[in-house]
Design a protein around this ligand. Structure first.
Ligand code: NAP
Length: 288
C-alpha cells in the first residue's frame, strides 16, 4: 500500500528562499518539524543565496525537488533564476505574491512588480506551480514597517477606514508547507487573508489596548505620507511605490476576505485578535 507521505513528496530537499524572513523562517521550521529535508536560503542564513550574485544560484537549486519563491524588490533576475531551477530539476514551485496582484505593474502602478514577475516565472517554468496571494501580514505590526511607529506611539498611514483582512504569517507558512509537499492545488492562484477585514484604526486600537499604552492612528493623505517617508530617508521612487499599495487598498482591491486558508488547510484562518494577544504578551509593543 502507498502511504500518503509517499504519494505527496519525494526525499529531495525543499529550497526555501527568504529563509530568514517572516514567512520563510516559519516555513523552514514547519517543514523540518515534518521531517522534510530543507535548504534554507538567504544572504545571511544557513546556505548563502543572493539574487544578485549568480555564483550562489546553482548550489541553491541543484538536487532540490521543490522551491518556495520570495522575489527581490528589483525583479530583474527572477525569470533567469526560475529557469535555472527548473533546468536543475526543481519540479514544484510555490510563489509568494500579494492580494490585488491583478493590478500590480499595470499603468501607473509600480507596486508589486516583484510579485508579478515571480508569478509569471513559475507559470512559464514548465514545472508544477501554485501562486499564493496574501493580504497584508499581521506581522507587519511587530516584525516589519509598522513596528517602530507603534513603539513610538503613532502610526500614520494614507488609509481611511477601508477594511483590510490581515493574514497571520503562521497561516501563510502552514499553507506554503502544504502546497510544497502536495500537488492538490497545482496551477492555482490561492488567495490568503484573515477571516474578517478591520480598519487600520481598529487594528491600532486593538494593539494599544493589548499593550496597555496610548498609540495613535493618524490618517494621512498620500502626499503627506510620501513626505514622511522621504524625511525618514526613503527615496522618492520607493515612497511613491509603497504609497500605491495604500491607493489600491483605498479602492477596496484587497478588502474582501479570501477563502484560501480554509481551502488548503480545511480550517478557518486565524484572526487578528489572537495574533495581537499573543504578540503583546512578548512585550513587542512596550513603549520605547
Ligand atoms: N508584508 C506583507 O504584508 C506582504 C503581503 C503579501 C506579500 N508580501 C511579499 O512577501 C515578500 C517578502 O516575504 P517575507 O515577508 O516572508 O520576507 P521578509 O520578512 O521581507 O524578509 C526578506 C527575506 O529575503 C531575504 N533577502 C533579502 N534580500 C535578498 C537577496 N538579495 N538575496 C537573497 N535573499 C534576500 C532576507 O534574508 P537575508 O537578509 O538574510 O538575505 C529575508 O530572508 C515580498 O515579495 C512581499 O512583497 C508581503
Amino acid at each position: 500500500m502507498t502511504t500518503n507521505r509517499e504519494m505527496t513528496m519525494d526525499d529531495r530537499p525543499i529550497a526555501v528562499l527568504g529563509a530568514t524572513g517572516k514567512t520563510g523562517r516559519r516555513l523552514v521550521r514547519r517543514l523540518r518539524g515534518q521531517g522534510r529535508p530543507v535548504r534554507a536560503l538567504s544572504r545571511s542564513g544557513e546556505t548563502r543565496f543572493d539574487w544578485f550574485d549568480e555564483s550562489t544560484w546553482d548550489a541553491a537549486v541543484t538536487g532540490a525537488g521543490a522551491l518556495y519563491l520570495v522575489c527581490p524588490t528589483d525583479p530583474g533576475p527572477v525569470p533567469a533564476f526560475v529557469r535555472r531551477a527548473a533546468d536543475a530539476g526543481v519540479e514544484r514551485f510555490v510563489a509568494l505574491s500579494g492580494r490585488g496582484a491583478e493590478h500590480f505593474g499595470t499603468a501607473g502602478v509600480s507596486f508589486g512588480v516583484d510579485m508579478v514577475a515571480g508569478e509569471a516565472a513559475v507559470r512559464e517554468s514548465g514545472a508544477s506551480w501554485t501562486v499564493v496571494r496574501a493580504n497584508n501580514f499581521s506581522q507587519n505590526f511587530d516584525e516589519d514597517l509598522f513596528h517602530a511607529p507603534l513603539v513610538a506611539g503613532r502610526l500614520a498611514l494614507p488609509i481611511d477606514d477601508t477594511p483590510e483582512p490581515f493574514v497571520d504569517v503562521e497561516d501563510v507558512a502552514d499553507v506554503a508547507a502544504a502546497l510544497l509537499t502536495g500537488r492538490e492545488h497545482d496551477g492555482e492562484v490561492i488567495e490568503l487573508s484573515g477571516p474578517r477585514g478591520i480598519s487600520f484604526r481598529e487594528a491600532v486600537a486593538t494593539i494599544a489596548e493589548a499593550a496597555g499604552r496610548e498609540i495613535r492612528f493618524v490618517e494621512l493623505d498620500r502626499e503627506e505620507y510620501v513626505k514622511e517617508l522621504v524625511d525618514e530617508g526613503w527615496s522618492e521612487a520607493d515612497a511613491e511605490t509603497l504609497t500605491q499599495m495604500f491607493d489600491l487598498m483605498r479602492r477596496g482591491a484587497l478588502a474582501e476576505p479570501a477563502d484560501g486558508v480554509e481551502r488548503v488547510l480545511g480550517r478557518p484562518a486565524a484572526d487578528f485578535e489572537s495574533y495581537v494577544a499573543r504578540t503583546a504578551a512578548t512585550g513587542a509593543w512596550a513603549g520605547a
